[in-house]
Design a binder for this molecule. Sequence first.
Ligand code: ARG
Ligand code: ZN
Length: 429
Amino acid sequence: TKMKLLCITTLLLVSQVTTQNTRYDGHEVLKIFPKTTNEASYVLNMVQKYGLDVWHVHHNDSSLDVKIWPTISSTVKQDLTNTRIPFFTWIKDIQSLIDQQFAPITSHVNKRATQQFMFTVYHSFAQIEAYVASLSQDTGTGPSGDSIYSSNAVIGYTEENRQIHLVKISKPSNQAKKAIFVDGGIHAREWISPAFVLYLIDQLKYNPDQLQSVEDLVDTYDWYIVPVLNPDGYSYSFASDRLWRKNRRTNSGTSCHGVDLNRNFGYQWNPAIGGSTSACSDVFSGVSAFSEAESKAIRDYFANSNADFISYLTVHSYGQMWLYPWGYTSALPNDYVDLDAAGNTARDAIRTRFNTRYTVGSSTNVLYSAAGGSDDYAKGGAGIKYSYTLELRDTGRYGFVLPESSIIPTCQETMDGVIAFANDLKVLP
Ligand code: ARG
Ligand code: ZN
């Protein structure tokens, strides 16, 4: 049977190779996300006009996979950009995929399957998942020419059965590296948070500007990144309530949904400090510490991971702050001088590009006290020294509803901060 199978396979290979006169060099598959019925008919018109091949329609995220070819590529993309319909290149070169069916996968150097992912717009969770999935298709390259790898994992499932994705980005090395953990989207409405975290993934893996300072980040550290820790809440903020904050937990004895995940972490958990015992409150702490799948996922990941985490960054908005523990008390950690120094380095770097001013300090002292935050747990519970909450733009002009035109500048300046911060950790204790 083995021989038989081999023969059949060989036959198939031969017939495929020999009958393929039509080549698909430079043909792409775009993943297009019309958001309204108007946009959907625009896309369908375009499909008719050019006679495009619709490969697939996804009912989960109402996106379309549409094949295009080189001579119309730029026109189609320009049309989509002008009408503000999100899309990205799902497959960059169909021919190379066809060729790779038969060849061992050698190098994907300098190819980015997801090159066209738009960092200039906010994405639904389904779109983010598609992007995360696409990351597994290739490797990135830094200015040194070295490959940069990523791998995906699922670290938990939400009540509505969404996956909590974790992306690891690393460069092989025979030396043990310290690790940095980053999460976004703990709070649903803070859309700039996942937007930045995705930008960070893109920078680390593909280094689009080929900056040595960015390659240094993967030379020195392994990165563990959760783009959206609260996908149920994030999805709800897209579908139903732009200003939703909590997860979507079905609370017992009430029709009010949700637990504030940043009050639910189990280090000095206390609803009386900046939280609430009322399920209808926006800062409901939950019925007990780590009652929620999302906070548990982080706890368990830290407990089971072999990585040597030196830093935990949880990305929120807004307020332009780089906060360190504690949130449960106005007392400062013993090593607060180190945390303050690294925070100041980040603040100074952030200011250089657009003069955006950040505040650095302990969250109780520069914001308000609130127990059960993930930053307090990362430091006090998981023992990760450099634990911070980042509050990105702005300071209230748009608040949570930060316009899309601010995404790129916010990402750029925050990246400046992360680069300088990570560098500083090398010299700090
Ligand atoms: N805006 C965040 C919140 O209210 C700040 C969290 C700061 N950290 C803390 N442990 N309180 O959740
Ligand atoms: Zn927040």
